[in-house]
Design a protein around this ligand. Structure first.
Ligand SMILES: Cc1cc2nc3c(=O)[nH]c(=O)nc-3n(C[C@H](O)[C@H](O)[C@H](O)COP(=O)(O)OP(=O)(O)OC[C@H]3O[C@@H](n4cnc5c(N)ncnc54)[C@H](O)[C@@H]3O)c2cc1C
Length: 368
């Protein structure tokens, strides 16, 4: 084993996948997570986007299957919905478009995350600790551990010594501040305004409903001239015999939208959209406003501590309408796996990983 203990801060999708890659090279992988993680497919506080439809790119599903053999069958047995070619419908301005030539898997985001979590925590040596990370500890300008404390408990800090630390804290990562505290240069951050509002609601679906399992009506993928306008509506068949219906619109800043609004929107779209919203709603509509794409240009830094890497939304977030965040986390974890496999001193050469990983981040990065 290359490492004794490695620490991953954040046990959401990117952190769990990093843990999967690290588990092949470390005796102990400790994930630090500030949220309470329920045993079932339930969302958690710091991932509010989890209440909204998450499209899993087919190549990401293939990689998950490689890491966790039987992932798809297991997910389907628990209620996720397979969507082979012929089970998707795409429309542009209500005109049908060519379907995807791929098998997709549709499920809610908490379901997908929980299925990944259950596989990762089943690996010997992997554990999740319910603590909040509060800072990095440095030794000879390298990260040597992570300070943490009990959420809501006394301010007493403990330190987990680690041979390698992974920042998977998501888009609100504290890394910029923590690097500065360690005497490292300020991390350059790039911001691109987007301003897209999401409204999602769930509706009961008859279990024998043979409709297409995924449908998207794309009005336009980019904002209109005034930065406003409907972007897309997506309908996914998900676990629990539900339809997850998502409306995405540019420029509607935190405007509350209701189940009635979603039904009104779908009334003007092809049949499947009306049908999906005709069933009994389960709960109310959830809204989320995504302000900007954000990229922390770690690879541009002249000095970055050894013993530290970052992954997932902590590195970059792209307009969610493209549905690539989880797939990018999968690819980044895959680069991490390759880097670990081909390196005799990975903790000392983390700058190599950051450089290798740039192409994957570039691929997912969008200018709006
Ligand atoms: C509205 C919306 C829709 C989206 N739709 C899609 C989609 O269709 N398809 C897709 O692939 N992607 C989608 N995404 C992107 C996707 O949600 C993310 O890319 C994905 O969740 C990866 O996130 P992550 O694990 O890097 O970070 P997060 O999911 O944000 O998780 C970060 C974790 O770190 C923990 N944490 C943070 N700080 C600390 C600390 N100090 N101590 C301990 N724990 C800490 C948090 O509690 C959290 O669990 C969407 C995003 C949004 C906003």
């Amino acid at each position: 084993m290359t490492f004794g203990t490695v620490c991953v801060i954040g046990a959401s999708v990117a952190g769990l996948l990093a843990a999967r890659a690290l588990a092949d090279h470390a005796r102990r992988v400790v994930l630090l997570e500030r949220d309470v993680l329920a045993a079932g497919p339930v969302g958690h506080t710091s991932v509010p986007q989890g209440r909204h439809g998450h499209f899993l790119q087919p190549n990401a599903l293939e990689q998950l299957e490689d890491w966790f053999p039987g992932f798809t069958d297991d997910a389907v047995a628990r209620g996720a919905v397979p969507a082979p070619p012929g089970h998707h419908r795409l429309y542009m301005n209500s005109e049908p478009m060519a379907d995807w030539d791929a098998t997709l898997l549709t499920a809610s985001r908490p379901f997908l995350e929980q299925r990944i979590r259950s596989r990762v925590t089943g690996i010997a040596g992997v554990e999740v600790r319910h603590v909040v990370a509060t800072g990095l500890r440095y030794r000879d300008k390298a990260v040597a551990g992570v300070a943490h404390r009990t959420p809501g408990g006394p301010a007493t800090e403990r330190v987990l010594e680690a041979d390698l630390t992974v920042d998977a804290m998501g888009r609100g990562t504290s890394l910029v501040r923590w690097l500065e505290q360690g005497g490292f240069p300020a991390l350059p951050v790039q911001w691109v305004p987007v301003g897209i509002g999401y409204t999602t609601a769930l509706f009961r679906r008859s279990p024998d409903d043979l409709s297409p399992t995924i449908s998207c009506a794309l009005d336009q993928f980019t904002p209109g001239v005034d930065g406003r306008g409907l972007a897309a509506v997506a309908v996914y068949a998900i676990e629990g015999d539900l339809w997850q219906v998502v409306g995405m619109a540019y420029g509607r800043d935190r405007e509350d939208a209701t189940v009635k609004d979603l039904r009104g929107l779908c009334a003007g779209l092809p049949d499947i959209f009306r049908k999906a919203t005709a069933g009994e709603p389960v709960g109310g509509a959830e809204t989320y406003f995504y302000t900007d794409n954000r990229r922390r240009r770690v690879a541009d830094l002249e000095r970055f501590p050894a013993g530290l890497v970052d992954i997932g939304d902590a590195v970059a977030t792209s307009n969610p309408i493209h549905g690539i965040g989880m797939a990018s986390a999968v690819k980044q974890a895959s680069v991490l796996a390759d880097f670990l496999a081909g390196n005799s001193d990975p903790a000392g050469r983390t700058a190599d990983f950051l450089r290798m990983r740039e192409a994957v981040v570039d691929e997912a990065w969008t200018d709006g």
